[in-house]
Design a protein around this ligand. Sequence first.
Ligand code: PEP
Length: 242
Amino acid sequence: MIVANWKMNGSKASIHDWINTVSKCIKPNPKVPCVFCPPSLYIDFSRKLIDDLSSEIKLGSQLVNAEDGTALTGGLNSLMLSDFSTDYVLIGHSEQRTFFNEQANQTSNKMQNSIDAGLSIIFCIGEPLDVQKQNGTNNFLATQLEILKGLNLDNVTIAYEPVWAIGTGLNAERRYIEEVHQFIKDYCATDLNLKENISVVYGGSVKLDNAEEILSSSHVDGLLIGGASLNPDNFSNIYNLS
Ligand code: PEP
């Protein structure tokens, strides 16, 4: 899976251009979903463009709110996303955890409701710099992964995104990524009793010039790309490496 996370970027014109260009330039591989996550306001606009072109692009939301009823001004729930034929939703992104102070119980609520609504989930985890410096990455990730216990993970992909690599230009090195992805897969097999290997994608300052090396690891099942996904030619070239 190769995911474009546009964060708070874009306009109708730039989304139109991106969907057109990427639909033309990628060589679709049915085993490698190409997922576009625009700001949620543009979900319906993007859905129509994708459908009109019969494009292979899948649509993802960057946002879903935790649901305790309907009294949440500005809220967006998983059923609304399904209603607009959204395929994927990002949950647990470090920017949501940091800027919206998202707690584990809210992440867990979002996961359960999105599974119930039939959405596929990209569940993001990753350690901050101080944790990495103190060799605490595995313990930190194990705590984040705990909320998956008891959930049906058939349609869940994990995105490993070290917080210190997001938007900084400092991608993690291939060897480090491999070790962490192996840890995540082992944790899912042993602590979550998953029989099938779960897909784990990497995110954090992926660009055209480092994507091939990162993807060449057998433990890396795809990429989650922020800044470098905004340019449709760049993004298509990265997709075509996979
Ligand atoms: C992200 O948005 O999750 C991300 C990894 O961003 P960037 O590629 O810009 O580091």
